[in-house]
Design a protein around this ligand. Structure first.
Ligand code: ZN
Length: 261
């Protein structure tokens, strides 16, 4: 994938940006471009548990769940991510995802852009032990972080590259503990007939836990889900503004905190 192809593949954003989640089949309307720092300020104020609407909006099975179920899973998945972050930190004596990846014998590479055009991602984990962090997106985000107002909101704790690495490391940890970890043992029954049944994992749980894991390792005060807006902004302020509106609406903040412009 060339940088140009990567950029055009980002429009419209129809996928979960960190994970392998399902696409949604509609064309995004045109959105008014908003100042980055205003959007980040609003998003950083949303308590982590209240991101469940957005977290499940990319989940292929979302239509089958009640709001109560989503909220419960949000809490449990965040706890799961936090718990495993504490576990690996204790075991390896560090919160630095680069050192953790090394201790876990991961092979981490930092190509500029993905080599395939079928998925738009900023980072990815490939079974068994490969992680790719795409540096074109990281470099763009780092440029935006030079703006003092943006840095003030996202704080000195944020290291974009390490945050993406932490998220992907969780997917490896999840693979290692798949027999016992909540995100893999929690299943929904898709159908049953007599003694036959088909159960499925819920992809959103893994993504939520990966965000909880990354948040804990990096010591961030806000939900890493806001990175979707931050990383997309480097490519398309308009798409980022659209995502922002979606996040505000899905966290129950419609017409609440943001001005009409
Ligand atoms: Zn993920």
């Amino acid at each position: 994938m060339t940088r140009q192809e990567f950029r055009s593949a980002l429009k419209p954003i129809t996928d979960g940006l960190f994970g392998k989640q399902n696409t949604r089949g509609y064309e995004r309307p045109k959105f008014t471009v908003r100042p980055l720092e205003e959007m980040l300020k609003d998003l950083a104020d949303i308590p982590v548990e209240e991101w469940y609407g957005y977290a499940f909006s990319r989940e292929p099975l979302n239509g089958k769940f009640t709001d109560e179920q989503r909220r419960d899973w949000m809490r449990k998945s965040l706890d799961c991510g936090r718990e495993y972050a504490q576990k690996v930190r204790k075991e390896y004596g560090t919160s630095d995802p680069v050192k953790l990846a090394d201790s876990l014998s991961m092979s981490v590479s930092y190509p500029e852009v993905p080599d395939k055009t079928d998925r738009v991602l900023f980072a990815e984990y490939r079974i068994p032990n490969k992680i790719c962090i795409y540096m074109d997106a990281v470099n763009k985000a780092n440029k935006l972080l030079l703006e003092p107002q943006v840095l003030e909101i996202l704080t000195e704790e944020l290291d974009v590259c390490r945050l993406l690495l932490s998220h992907e490391l969780f997917h490896f940890v999840e693979e290692t503990y798949r027999q016992e970890i909540f995100t893999q043992t929690e299943k929904v029954r898709l159908w049953s007939l007599g003694f036959l049944h088909n159960d499925s994992i819920v992809i959103a749980l893994s993504e939520i836990a990966a965000m909880g894991f990354a948040k804990e390792l990096m010591g961030l005060s806000y939900s890493p889900y806001l990175m979707d807006v931050f990383l997309v902004y480097g490519y398309s302020p308009q798409e980022a503004s659209g995502l922002y509106e979606e996040m505000m609406e899905l966290s129950g903040r419609k017409n609440h905190n943001y001005k009409l412009i």
